[in-house]
Design a protein around this ligand. Structure first.
Ligand code: FES
Length: 102
């Protein structure tokens, strides 16, 4: 089990192996911003990775396309990932506004 710390709220989410960050947060009762309900289309769920980028699963084609389509061609220049797609293999610290108790 790995831990993701979300700034600025300080919420900590334990992410079971094989589960996405967003699903793990939802399972713990947190609201996570979305406009596509985890279908990898809206990019609203994005996180800005502060520490531990190497502990995230590799970016897949659909995640890459959603980021480029929704955030523009420079989207991949930032350490941005989609919480509905990313799995976690070690501790991570990231920034995401809007995550709160549901
Ligand atoms: S929730 Fe829409 S892309 Fe992640």
């Amino acid at each position: 089990m790995t831990k993701v710390t979300i700034e600025p709220s300080g919420i900590e989410v334990e992410v079971p192996e094989g589960e996405t960050l967003m699903q793990a947060a939802r399972d713990l009762g947190y609201y996570w911003p979305t406009a596509c309900n985890m279908e990898c289309r809206c990019a609203t769920c994005f996180i800005l990775v502060i520490e531990g980028a190497d502990n995230l699963s590799p970016m897949g084609r659909s995640e890459r396309e959603a980021l480029l389509n929704q955030r523009g061609r420079n989207a991949l220049d930032e350490p941005v990932r989609l919480a509905c797609q990313v799995q976690v293999n070690g501790d991570v610290r990231c920034r995401k506004i809007g995550v709160r108790v549901d």
